[in-house]
Ligand binder design. Structure first.
Ligand code: UT7
Length: 330
C-alpha cells in the first residue's frame, strides 16, 4: 500500500520574550485590564522587539517541530509559511529554509490571514496525498504588532506576536479526516491591512503609485457576528466529511481571537468546556500562529495525546474561514 495518507507527527512554537500586560497597555491607549479581559479574555500578549524577525520566530518553532517528529531538516520536501506579516513581501519561507538548513525543500509563503494555518494544512495535505512530497513543514507565524495602529484601542489591544509549526508526513493511514474551506471577498472591507499609495507622475502621462501598507482596520462587530455564525457551520461540514459526530471530538481548537467567540462556538456545537483549548489570555490574537501555538502547548502539556481527534477552525480577513478534523500523531 502506498503512503498517501497524512499524519501530523510533531509540533513546535516560539514567542518573543517581551510581554505586555493589559495594565501596561492602558498607559498607551485609553483602556483597562477589566475592559479587555471581559470583552476578549486577553490578559497579555508577546511583542517582537526590533531585533526579532518573523523568520527567527518561524525558524525557532520549526526546529522544535522537526525535532519532535524525529526527522532532519534535510528530510523536508516542502516548507509552507502561512503569514500576513513577512519580513519581505517577496516571501520569508526561503529565509526559514536557509536558517534551518532544509536544503532539499522548496519553500513559499501562503497568505490567508487568521485562516492561514488551516488553509496551509489542507494545502500541505494535497502534496502528500498526491504522492508528490513526503515530509512537509507547515508554519503559522505573524508579527501583527508591526501593523497595528497603537493609537486605535479597538484593535491594538487584541493582537500579539508568535509562531507555531507542525510536520506533516506521508503515512499509511490518513489522519486528516475531513476539511472545508470558504472565502467571501464581498466582506473584504471588514478587516484590512491594505496598501495605500499616492499617485506620482513617472513620465508625462504615465502615473504610478508610491506608498506603503496601512495599519489594521477592523469592523469588530461584523467580524464577531461572522465568526459566531460561520465557524460552527464549517466545523459541522468538516465533521460530515469525516463521517464523525460532534461527541467524537476530543478537542476543539479554534483560532484564538476572542474567548467569547470560542465560548459561543463551543456552546452552539454542544462541546463541553473541558474539551476546549484556549491560551489567548497569555498571547492575544496571533493570527496565523494562534492555532499551532495552542496546539503545541496542548501537546507539550500532555493534553492532546496520540490518536486524539482535534477539530480546528481558523477565520478572519478575506474574509476566509476553514475547518479541519485530524487525528493527532502517527
Ligand atoms: O483574527 C481576526 C478575527 N477578529 C476577530 O475575531 C475580532 C472579532 N470582534 C471582537 O472580538 C469584538 O468585536 C471586539 C473585542 C473587537 C470588540 O468588542 P465589542 O463588544 O464588539 O465592543 P464594541 O466595538 O462594540 O465597543 C463597545 C464600547 C465602545 O464604546 P461606546 O461606543 O459603547 O461608548 C468602544 O468605544 O467599548 C469601547 N472600546 C473600548 N473601551 C476600552 C472599544 N475598544 C476599547 C478598549 N478599551 N480597548
Amino acid at each position: 500500500m502506498q503512503n498517501l495518507g497524512v499524519a501530523i507527527t510533531g509540533s513546535g512554537s516560539a514567542v518573543p520574550a517581551t510581554s505586555l500586560h493589559n495594565q501596561i497597555l492602558s498607559e498607551v491607549v485609553e483602556t483597562s485590564d477589566e475592559w479587555i479581559a471581559t470583552r476578549t479574555g486577553i490578559r497579555q500578549r508577546r511583542l517582537a522587539v526590533p531585533s526579532e524577525s518573523l523568520s527567527d520566530l518561524a525558524t525557532a518553532a520549526s526546529s522544535q517541530a522537526i525535532a519532535a517528529s524525529g526527522i532532519k531538516p534535510e528530510d523536508l520536501d516542502l516548507i509552507l509559511l502561512a503569514t500576513s506579516t513577512p519580513d519581505d513581501l517577496f516571501g520569508t519561507a526561503c529565509k526559514v529554509q536557509a536558517q534551518l538548513g532544509a536544503t532539499n525543500a522548496v519553500a513559499f509563503d501562503l497568505t490567508a490571514a487568521c485562516s492561514g494555518f488551516v488553509f496551509g494544512l489542507v494545502t500541505a495535505a494535497q502534496y502528500i496525498r498526491t504522492g508528490v512530497y513526503k515530509n512537509v513543514l507547515l508554519i503559522g507565524a505573524d508579527i501583527l504588532s508591526r501593523w497595528v495602529d497603537w493609537e486605535d484601542r479597538r484593535t491594538c489591544v487584541l493582537f500579539g506576536d508568535g509562531a507555531g509549526a507542525v510536520i506533516l508526513q506521508a503515512d499509511k493511514s490518513d489522519r486528516l479526516l475531513g476539511f472545508a474551506l470558504k472565502s467571501d471577498g464581498t466582506q473584504n472591507h471588514h478587516l484590512n491591512l491594505a496598501y495605500a499609495g499616492t499617485s506620482q507622475e513617472l513620465l508625462p502621462g504615465v502615473n504610478i503609485t508610491k506608498g506603503t501598507y496601512q495599519p489594521i482596520t477592523m469592523n469588530g462587530k461584523e467580524v464577531y457576528r461572522f465568526a459566531v455564525q460561520k465557524v460552527p457551520e464549517i466545523i459541522d461540514k468538516a465533521l460530515f466529511q469525516a463521517n464523525l459526530s460532534v461527541d467524537q471530538i476530543d478537542w476543539l481548537l479554534l483560532h484564538q481571537a476572542n474567548q467569547r467567540i470560542i465560548d459561543a462556538v463551543a456552546q452552539r456545537l454542544n462541546i463541553p468546556e473541558h474539551k476546549v483549548i484556549s491560551n489567548l489570555a497569555q498571547y492575544g490574537n496571533t493570527s496565523a500562529a494562534s492555532i499551532p501555538l495552542a496546539l503545541d502547548e496542548a501537546v507539550r502539556q500532555g493534553k492532546i495525546k496520540p490518536n486524539d481527534i482535534v477539530a480546528t477552525s481558523g477565520f478572519g480577513a478575506g474574509l476566509t474561514w476553514g475547518a479541519a478534523i485530524f487525528q493527532w500523531g502517527r
